[in-house]
Design a protein around this ligand. Structure first.
Ligand SMILES: C[S@@+](CC[C@H](N)C(=O)[O-])C[C@H]1O[C@@H](n2cnc3c(N)ncnc32)[C@H](O)[C@@H]1O
Length: 335
């Protein structure tokens, strides 16, 4: 037998003969030698910056330059979200029944939360956000201004909701543990997401970038002038699309898409998936970026947007790109 096989065998025998106390001490020493996995934590300063940013968010969206403000996009997105029912809220109510105690984390202005109460899906609804919600919404929903990564003590909810907020969470593992083991009722609770789960800080892989460029090229043949306007977006340089600058995104909001691409893998370690609906938005949202005027809701604008929506969903169905926005329902695996 060669020395290379003998030596590890001898070492193993020696180790097994060591008293337990010594073996434990040795294991501890070895663990201390390993580099520590850095934990992502939200700092007080970041929390303040995020709250300030989202306080002013309503002003940022009034320009009409975002993809989710085009009437045809809004209609299509809502239809996908409703999954064949009249609305998103109606779908949840029909499929999962009335919920006694609902909680929305990162509720923002609380629009959907009020709708959930008014439509009879949630008997009670509470919302948490770093920034305050408008006073007029606080009648139907109990809101509190808090950092969900620090101050979550709630228990026994049968619906926990994130709409575009889980992609702002630094410590997804701690959040998942808190929801599964404390916040959510283990027997009937559901975790509902309408979320961005795409690349961190919108840094798209070449597959996305090429798909965007191809689509625009194809549209250019039929709508040269409109596409010329779309290309005026500073993110387009000739035929190539450059992702937005990651550093500026981080500076604007340190939590923005901080671990978005890890949301589904992390959740699947803690919960069981019940329902998943692709909502799109994968490359479309950035082709569209600041191109609202080129794509107004007139005949040609509608045609272009419809072609973009169809091409994107086809690319998602073919597995060429992933759906960056999803609607999902998760439950405790013990249920
Ligand atoms: C993109 S907005 C979504 C708001 C709303 N849910 C919606 O769909 O319109 C993200 C929200 O998450 C909130 N947020 C981010 N980090 C948070 C934290 N650690 N605790 C509580 N709220 C947080 C922000 O203040 C912001 O209102």
């Amino acid at each position: 037998m060669s020395i290379l096989v003998l030596l590890p065998l001898l070492l193993l025998l020696l180790l097994l003969r060591l008293p337990l106390r010594l073996r434990l001490r040795l294991r501890l020493r070895l663990r201390l030698l390993q580099p520590k996995k850095q934990k992502l934590r939200i700092s007080e300063e970041s929390a303040k910056r995020i709250a300030e940013k989202w306080d002013k968010a309503a002003d940022t969206f009034v320009t009409g330059g975002a993809w989710h403000q085009h009437p045809l996009v809004v209609r299509t997105y809502k239809q996908r979200l409703a999954s064949g029912s009249e609305s998103f809220v109606a779908h949840i109510r029909e499929k999962y029944g009335v919920r006694a105690k609902c909680l929305s984390i990162g509720c923002g202005d609380g629009g959907i939360e009020v709708e959930m109460v008014q439509a009879g899906l949630c008997e009670t609804m509470e919302g948490i956000d770093l920034s305050p919600v408008p006073a007029e919404l606080r009648e139907r929903v109990k809101f509190s201004v808090r950092n969900a990564e620090k101050d979550l003590e709630e228990q026994g909810y049968d619906l926990v909701l994130f709409t575009h907020a889980l992609h702002h969470i630094f410590d997804l593992e701690a959040m998942s543990t808190a929801i599964r083991d404390r916040i959510m009722d283990p027997t009937k609770g559901i975790l509902v997401l309408e979320e961005y789960v795409g690349p961190v800080r919108w840094q798209f892989p070449p597959t996305h970038l090429n798909a965007m460029a191809d689509l625009l090229k194809r549209l250019e043949a039929d709508y040269p002038e409109r596409v010329q306007h779309i290309r005026q977006n500073p993110l387009w340089d000739g035929n190539a699309f450059t992702p937005p600058d990651a550093e500026s995104i981080k500076k604007d909001d340190p939590s923005e898409t901080i671990r978005s691409n890890e949301i589904i893998p992390v959740l699947s370690q803690y919960f069981a998936l019940v329902e998943s609906v692709p909502l799109g938005g994968s490359f479309f949202q950035w082709i569209f970026h600041n191109a609202y005027n080129a794509l107004k809701d007139d005949g040609a604008g509608q045609e272009i947007v419809q072609k973009m929506l169809d091409a994107e969903m086809q690319a998602i169905s073919n597995g060429k790109v992933t759906s960056d926005y999803v609607f999902q329902v998760w439950k405790n695996p013990q249920q």
